[in-house]
Design a protein around this ligand. Structure first.
Ligand code: FAD
Length: 306
């Protein structure tokens, strides 16, 4: 492990040293909007470093991402980070979105290339007059204003990447272009993450690499995501959810235990920042944050439960 990732004691964790961020997706319907908003309100007292809002594949949620980010800014004291991709837009259109974020007070953008418009496994292309790569997008954003820019990282490499080394080279270019943090694709094997961070440090990349944690609300859904994004599903994980397809209550308890175990082990390894893929639901993420000792900002912090 790199020296920059020092070990901290496992339990009780020092909650004040831990920082979390939460990722949401823009809702499609009024009912989904209500769910999202209830989740935002439930999680807000945990004082996340930032909350991020995804950008639909092919730019399909441009308006909704913007509306969600705007509402977070207007109605909460949370710091939103807007995701943005290169897909299906001219540079001018992307720049206009960035200008608009700047105008409404957004200070953090998660800059992504985006997935191939014709689906995973197909050739990536974007608008001929658009940003062609995530590196160009990072540069374009920073030409407009000194945003905080986060980018994606892949502990098990991106499916289009020939090797982990190539993938890390791409991360290095994104950081060279001005990104100041990488958030990882979800993963379940902490050894893989630790080895990845070692290689990233060996490549001279010194920005924080924040692990992306996905609570398993639905094993089937996560397995589907994993297949698309090249994350592996260890046999032990499948075994833990085996037979629980019709048993939502037990599934929920197992999911909290699995994610808490993963996060606590990462804390053991010196990790202090975590990015949660919330799927717009607060329950599991709130429980996991509680287990690692985080408490609502108004309450006095308590020691984590052993
Ligand atoms: P890049 O880092 O640019 O490329 C990914 C990999 O592809 C590289 O590491 C490299 O190995 C290979 N590659 C790409 N271009 C080249 C090249 N020119 N030469 C050599 N190798 C190359 N998608 C969305 O649509 N909306 C979102 O809001 C969104 N949020 C995300 C948040 C996080 C934290 C993560 C991890 C992913 C997110 N994604 C999102 C998915 C992301 O858009 C896809 O994984 C996409 O396929 C790659 O985007 P990137 O920015 O990681 O690409």
């Amino acid at each position: 492990m790199n020296a920059s990732v020092e070990r901290v004691s496992r339990l009780p964790a020092a909650p004040s040293r831990l920082r979390v961020s939460f990722e949401f997706f823009p809702p499609k319907t009024e009912a989904m909007e209500e769910t999202l908003w209830r989740s935002v309100q439930r999680l807000a007292p945990l004082a996340p470093s930032f909350v991020s809002v995804t950008y639909g594949a092919g730019g399909s949620t441009r308006e909704r991402t913007h509306q969600t980010v705007n509402r977070i800014l207007r109605e909460t004291s949370l710091r939103p980070a807007a995701h943005l991709t290169c897909v299906a837009a001219e540079r001018g259109e992307v720049d206009a979105v960035v200008e608009d974020y700047k105008a409404i007070g957004v200070r953090h953008i998660v800059a992504l290339r985006g997935d191939p418009p014709d689906g995973p496994g197909t050739r990536f292309y974007t608008h001929p007059h658009g940003y062609q790569t995530s590196v160009e997008l990072v540069e374009g954003i920073l030409r407009i204003a000194p945003f905080e820019v986060s980018v994606a990282a892949y502990p098990e490499k991106h499916p289009e990447s020939p090797s982990v080394a190539d993938d890390i080279e791409m991360l290095k270019r994104k950081v060279g272009a001005g990104a100041s943090r990488a958030i990882t694709q979800f993963f379940f094997d902490n050894d893989t993450f630790e080895r990845y961070v070692e290689k990233v440090r060996a490549a001279g990349i010194d920005v924080p690499i924040t692990p992306g944690i996905i609570p398993v609300h639905s094993f089937k859904q996560v397995a589907r995501f994993a297949e698309r994004c090249g994350a592996s599903i260890p046999a032990w994980l499948a075994a833990r959810f085996e037979g629980l397809e019709e048993d939502a209550e037990t599934r929920q308890l197992v999911a909290a235990a699995v994610a808490a175990e993963q996060v606590l082990d990462l804390i053991d390894r010196g990790i202090t920042d975590f990015h949660f893929y919330t799927m717009n639901r607060a329950d599991l993420v709130y429980a996991i944050c509680h287990l690692i000792g985080m408490r609502p900002a108004t309450a006095a912090p308590k020691e984590a439960v052993a």
